[in-house]
Write a protein that binds this ligand. Structure first.
Ligand code: BGC
Length: 599
């Protein structure tokens, strides 16, 4: 599979309250650490509009205690590195207590830290240390499902009359009798392979799981689920987090009639099998249903209620929004009366997966023109997809290609999100033997689907044993790729031509240059099929032009900015790119980049 497709996801007010099973003390009103949002300055409110956000997979970033697994204290130790890089916020993939079936996305307690990663005190220290460096910490909020080991689910599956029964999605089998479980309720499939229904022998019903069997979907028709997640959100807001990334957010609701999904057909009109050997389905009955919006409106209104003395500024809500088109992406922002995400991820641009100038131009123009005044969130990478080298590289010019793509990321309007290790050019390194696979989808789908280990290998800090990720004598949870010998932070820090240096320069420009910080985007040289060019324009600031050659051959660019004299000053360029004194026609080498200010 891989997420370039889509991640595809159900009231009785009984006496037991949300707080009773969710960890204690949660019904206290928000106090001391919060202040009304209205008293926060406009610039602090809008910190996220030009933000640089760094995704950390805590398991793989930095181990501080020699057990081969990254942890929160490891992240704290590396905050200076992130500050130097110019990062405004870090998004931590889940580090809550979890059986780790889906490496944290199966949460068994939403109000604590998994001992593998540290303690709540370590978390508080991380937030405080990050704050000293002006870095916000964003948490991952998984509201589609819990772990099957969560107290809610253990209660729910204990009997059909449990007050928690209706917190999950239980259904009878088709043709079920007292002695026969019947057939699964319909043809719905898990995104991780095979039926999305799991039989529970004790209570003799099926439960629904969009992801692993150990990740039962919660029932968003139940008001208690709404209350429980609001309580969890408040818990973390009170600890000073800068916001959340909402996981699998398009999958909260399913068709209540349980209608079968349609079967997908190949170009000859025949059904075909997916990587798991299942008949491929179109998941329109379990993904991207309109009611997801109601939940996000509710969560946004709730979050907006809380300011923070600990870190003034509005909290940002980021969405994992794999949606099929720009209109659906625009809808994820909500309306002026009912806002939803500030930053839904633009997966339209991220997963073009081909250096096709026309497609990039069209999708970047879409996000410039079809989302109103909202802020795009561009990205190219995350923990669910092969890294950039595997999706955009050619094996020869990978670093140059990453320079080109990072230019699109940081020199376009909006917030920019990137994944740990992108800044040094870490390479996708999937397991070569099934017995080495850690991500269960790699086991279910081997060999077609090797799982996501390849993009989750340890961060490459230096050329010492285990790349500085963990102690020399320890065994890292995933092997360190051989490429760490040359691709590592230490080596790139001292090389002015490294990818790391390029990232740093781009991020500095993004922050310091007024057209980059505030300007809109307009495409230039639009008939060119080899070079992507655009300009950034902000009131009262010089226009900035950007050209990126998407090919391995030299290409000619023609740039002109209406109303300008055309005199230019180079701000940043790749080695060998021209240094033109005037706009007009010039040549750009293979994957060359030119950024210049126009008088
Ligand atoms: C996360 C995945 C996770 C899935 C189920 C996703 O979208 O990014 O890593 O396996 O949700 O929680």
């Amino acid at each position: 599979m891989h997420w370039t497709k889509s991640i595809a996801r159900c009231a009785i007010a009984l006496s037991l309250g949300a707080a009773a099973l969710s960890g204690g003390g949660q019904t206290t009103p928000v106090q001391a650490t919060t202040q009304p949002v209205a008293s926060i300055s406009a610039s602090a409110q809008n910190w996220w509009k030009n933000a640089v956000i760094y995704e950390i997979y805590p398991r793989s970033f930095q181990d501080s205690n020699g057990d081969g697994i990254g942890d929160l204290n490891g992240i704290t130790k590396r905050l200076d590195y992130l500050k130097d890089l110019g990062v405004d916020a870090i998004w931590l993939t889940p580090c809550y207590p979890s059986p780790q079936v889906d490496f944290g996305y199966d949460i068994s307690d939403y109000k604590n830290i998994d001992p593998q990663y540290g303690t709540l005190a370590d978390f508080d220290r991380l937030v405080a240390e990050a704050r000293k460096r002006n870095i916000r910490v964003l948490m991952d909020m998984v509201m589609n499902h819990t772990s099957d080991q969560h107290k809610w689910f253990l209660e729910s599956r204990s009997s059909r009359t449990s007050p928690y029964r209706d917190w999950y999605m239980w259904h009878d089998g088709k043709g079920e009798t007292a002695t026969d479980k019947g057939e699964v309720p319909n043809n719905w499939q898990s995104d991780f392979g095979h039926s999305a229904w799991e039989w529970d022998e004790k209570t003799r019903q099926y439960y629904y799981h969009k992801f692993y069997i150990q990740q039962p979907d919660v029932n968003w028709d139940n008001p208690k689920i709404h209350a429980a997640f609001k309580d969890i959100i408040r818990f973390w807001l009170k600890r000073g987090v800068g916001g959340f990334r909402f996981d699998a957010i398009t999958t909260l609701f399913e068709d209540p009639n349980l209608t079968d999904e349609d079967v997908l057909k190949d170009k000859d009109g025949k059904p075909y099998l997916n990587a798991y050997g299942d008949i491929a389905l179109n998941d329109t009955r379990t993904n991207n249903l309109p009611r997801n919006h109601e939940v996000m409106q509710e969560m946004r209104a709730w979050t907006d209620t809380f300011g923070s003395n600990a870190f003034p500024g509005s909290r940002v809500l980021i969405g994992e929004t794999y949606v099929p088109n720009i209109a659906d992406l625009a809808a994820e922002y909500g309306t002026a009366e009912k806002p939803e995400f500030q930053l839904p991820m633009d997966t339209q641009v991220a997963f073009i997966n081909k250096l096709d100038v026309a497609q990039f131009r069209a999708r970047l123009a879409d996000v410039e023109t079809q989302i109103g005044d909202h802020t795009p969130l561009l990205l190219f990478d995350n923990h669910d997809n092969p890294r950039l080298d595997a999706r955009y590289g050619d094996g020869v010019h990978d670093t140059d290609i990453q320079r080109a793509l990072s230019t699109v990321l940081f020199a376009s309007r909006g917030a920019a999100l990137f994944y740990y290790g992108d800044e040094i050019g870490m390479k996708t390194t999937p397991p070569t033997r099934k017995e080495d696979v850690k991500d269960p989808i790699g086991v279910i789908g081997w060999p077609k689907e090797k799982g996501r280990d390849g993009e989750r290998t340890p961060m490459q800090w230096d050329a010492t044993a285990h790349a500085g990720f963990t102690a020399a004598g320890a065994t890292p949870w995933l092997p360190v790729p051989p490429s760490a010998a040359s691709i590592n932070v230490e080596a790139e820090k001292s090389d002015p031509n490294s990818l790391l240096a390029w990232y740093q320069s781009l991020i500095r420009l993004k922050k310091a240059n007024p057209a980059f910080a505030q300007g809109n985007d307009t495409m230039l040289d639009t008939a060119n099929t080899k070079v992507l060019s655009w300009m950034r324009q902000a009131p009262g600031a010089p226009v900035v032009v950007v050209s990126v050659n998407f090919t391995a051959e030299p290409q000619t660019v023609y740039l002109s900015v209406p109303g300008s004299g055309g005199k230019t000053k180079t701000l940043l360029k790749t080695p060998g790119a021209p240094d033109p004194a005037w706009l007009g026609q010039f040549q750009l080498g293979p994957y060359g980049v030119y950024i210049g200010e126009v008088e």
